[in-house]
Design a protein around this ligand. Structure first.
Ligand code: EPU
Length: 431
């Protein structure tokens, strides 16, 4: 087990290259199960969640070849092997194996997914969709069993706007017989990316990016080549770093429209954000940062995944800021850690209330989930002295070469082996 150490207070500048989107990659990889010839995916991020999913595809018989950030997945010898335990438990996105295997084999057994602990994360809308398409779904000893003699099109209304349910139902529906209409769907860019891949594979899908997706089922899907969109959450994280400690931090390979809600907030705080075609230049403002209120919403609203990173920046703003998470009301495990570092912040219901600005001090803190980790990295970059972050495995699930990218822009950051005391502390946090 390793820990991440950061010596804060250094001004950062230069260029940071954004990788392919994690939340696209984790859906695109299972989507390849539906093809009957090899699929090549470019700009794959080098993160643990991607490696885990590739491993799962190998477990069911897929042949996988890597060339740098390109992967070719040959799904021809895949079989409908049950996956009730093991790697499926390591990440949330293993739920996409349900839709993809159901779509290809008419059956699947998938252990209930793991991933970040953000409070309750039900999958009832996914299941409702699978059932509407003709599957029988049961929960047996912590694994979901899906069986369908015949998948057919259906009209499905999502009670909750869900990224996962939208994608999972599409995966099951693209090879079902007839027309599927999914209403009240999510509009995140990652959904459009999955639709782009499925369309290149031969699927017939209309309406991605709107509230209603219409699918005309096809009998077969074929291989293709696809490039993953840039990771808007990774880009957003570095934008926040630029606003916190940047002297002209250039963020390269970003789609500026995907981060508009963050750009607006950073400008409201007084940071200097300039937008190019696929680049953004962010610098800390000359004067003091201003407090702002933030409410997370589905896309194109402010993303819940950037709420935790932004909170660290808000500790530096003068005045009171209120951060409300309407998507995951309990996504505040980073707050106690920020308090240890000297932040004046408390949680009330679904909101964190901050009074600033505070001088953050380096401390020993724990990353309880991926974006909590990003939040603590940002706090560490701002703080005086050295911050030690345990729970690095959560950060490695979603940030490609974080340490190298940070070092490249002038941060003082390194890894050390965690000692007995750190591991003990880590286990205490997992209770
Ligand atoms: N929900 C339900 N029932 C369902 C599905 C969702 O009630 O069947 C609720 C959730 O509890 C939540 C809301 O609907 O309150 C939205 O959840 P959604 O399904 O959109 O989330 P997800 O698909 O499980 C993805 C990302 C998350 C990101 C959310 C919201 C992946 C693998 N994960 O999760 O990313 O926070 O969308 O945008 O795509 C992260 O990257 O750190 C991360 C957690």
């Amino acid at each position: 087990m390793e820990k991440l150490l950061i010596e804060g207070g250094h001004r950062l500048g230069g260029t940071v290259q954004i990788s392919g989107a994690k939340n696209s990659a984790v859906a695109l990889i299972p989507a390849t199960i539906l093809a009957d010839s090899p699929v090549t995916i470019d700009q794959l991020p080098d993160i643990t969640d991607v490696r885990t999913l590739c491993h799962l595809l190998q477990e069911i018989g897929g042949k996988i070849t890597f060339h740098g950030n390109t992967v070719t997945i040959d799904p021809r010898s895949m079989v409908d092997m049950p996956l009730p335990n093991g790697s499926v438990k390591k990440l949330r996105a293993s739920y996409y194996m349900m839709g993809a295997m159901l779509g290809r084999f008419g059956k699947a057994v998938i252990g209930l997914p793991g991933g970040c602990n953000l409070g309750p994360r039900p999958i009832d809308q996914h299941i409702k969709g699978f059932e509407a398409l003709g599957a029988k779904v049961t929960n047996e000893q912590g694994a979901i069993y899906l069986r369908a003699d015949h998948l057919h099109g259906a009209r499905i209304y999502l009670d909750v706007v869900s990224v996962g349910a939208t994608i999972n139902i599409m995966l099951a529906a693209v090879r079902a017989e007839g027309q599927t209409i999914i209403e009240n769907v999510a509009k995140e860019p990652e959904i459009i990316d999955v639709v782009t891949l499925l369309t290149s594979m031969g699927a017939k899908i209309k309406g991605a990016g709107t509230d209603v997706i219409r699918i005309e089922g096809v009998r077969e899907l074929h291989g293709c080549r696809h490039m993953i969109i840039p990771d808007r959450i990774e880009a957003g994280t570095y934008m926040i770093i630029g606003a916190a400690a940047g002297r002209e931090l250039l963020i390269d390979n970003v789609i500026p429209q995907h981060v508009e809600s963050l750009t607006a907030k950073l400008r409201e705080m007084g940071a200097d954000v300039q937008t190019g075609e696929d680049q953004m230049l962010v610098s800390r403002c000359k004067g003091t940062l201003k407090s702002v209120d933030v409410k997370t919403l589905v896309y194109p609203g402010f993303p819940t995944d950037l709420q935790q990173p932004l909170t660290s920046l808000l500790t530096q703003a003068t005045g009171t800021s209120i951060v409300t998470d309407t998507i995951y009301g309990a996504r505040f495990k980073h707050i106690d850690e920020l308090r240890r570092m000297g932040a004046d912040v408390k949680v009330e219901g679904r909101s964190a209330i901050l009074s600033g600005s505070s001088q953050l001090e380096g401390a020993k803190v724990h990353a309880s989930d991926l974006r909590a980790g990003a939040s603590l990295v940002i706090a560490g970059l701002i703080a005086r002295g050295i911050t030690e972050i345990t729970g690095v495995e959560h950060i490695d699930r979603g940030y490609d070469h974080l340490m190298e990218k940070l070092s490249g822009i002038g941060a003082h950051v390194w890894r050390e082996q965690a000692d007995e005391a750190d591991i003990h502390e880590n286990l205490k946090h997992q209770d």
